[in-house]
Design a protein around this ligand. Structure first.
Ligand SMILES: O=C(O)CCC(=O)C(=O)O
Length: 257
């Protein structure tokens, strides 16, 4: 069944905050098979020596194109919600999932500092841009508390990052965010399995340590405007370039609740 579309108020909130959360979007019949695939991978294929690589890129790389993982995006209604945000622009097909696990009490998995994905990444060449338009994350497991390896984001931070990219940043520099953003702790995504977050690419975020006894597992989908390769550099400084339908709302932002 198609999900209820975002309301006009939610669309305005996305413009203002750069983030929307849809609770309980993914039903158990779609969530369960994906979560079990990841648990099975952890039991049989996880290699502790590769933890840093998994944390930088993806856990369970062999599942990146598995239909059970891709079903979280394509069969849950998430695809329709993303289509609405980008309308009338089209999104390139989503063919891979990224799996991110925060292990309980792992001294070998440090917190991730505030960053915007694909820009000045410590694991990429400084001049490499590996950006996209929108990220959608599905919670597969975890404790819904801020200290359980939660994603933390800065609501509205996309506007600050766009100003930063327009006037303070140059391609190739090491700093991931300006000092005022780096110092923020952000809002924790305290969420249950089946909850979904959609986040503008420019919203800065970080990930904390997991002090809970349960792993926190997210599946992320990176969505690109079909013309992203041509628009990518300009989109860093113009948050609505790739969202033509929302660009009209930027003149009338809502205040934070
Ligand atoms: O672990 C997460 O929830 C997010 C990880 C992250 O920020 C990233 O992979 O860029």
């Amino acid at each position: 069944m198609a999900p209820a579309p975002f309301t006009p108020l939610e669309l305005r909130r996305f413009v203002t905050d750069g983030v929307l959360i849809r609770r309980g979007l993914v039903p158990e019949q779609i969530l369960g098979p994906a979560a079990r695939r990841v648990s099975t991978w952890m039991r049989h294929e996880y290699d502790a020596a590769r933890l840093a690589g998994y944390t930088n890129q993806t856990f369970a790389p062999s599942l990146a194109r598995h239909p059970d993982l891709l079903g979280l995006y394509h069969h849950s209604g998430l695809h329709e919600l993303v289509t609405q945000l980008m309308h009338p622009a089209a999104a390139a097909p989503v063919t891979t999932a990224q799996i991110q696990i925060r292990l309980p009490d792992s001294a070998d998995q440090p917190a991730k500092d505030m960053h915007v994905d694909g820009v000045s990444c410590p694991h990429l060449h400084p001049e490499d841009l590996n950006t996209f338009t929108l990220i959608a994350g599905v919670v597969l497991s975890g404790s819904a508390t801020s200290d359980a390896g939660a994603l933390h984001f800065v609501p509205g931070g996309h506007q600050r990052m766009a100003r930063y990219f327009a006037s303070e940043w140059t391609l190739g520099q090491a700093a991931q965010t300006p000092p005022d953003i780096a110092a923020r702790s952000g809002t924790a995504l305290t969420a249950e399995p089946g909850d979904v977050i959609v986040m503008h690419h420019l919203v800065p975020h970080r990930v904390g340590l997991n002090t809970s006894p349960v792993p926190r597992t997210m599946a992320y989908f990176r969505i690109q405007h079909t013309d992203h390769h041509r628009l990518a550099e300009r989109a860093l400084a113009d948050p609505w370039l790739e969202y033509p339908g929302l660009a009209a709302l930027t003149e009338q932002p809502t205040s934070h609740p």
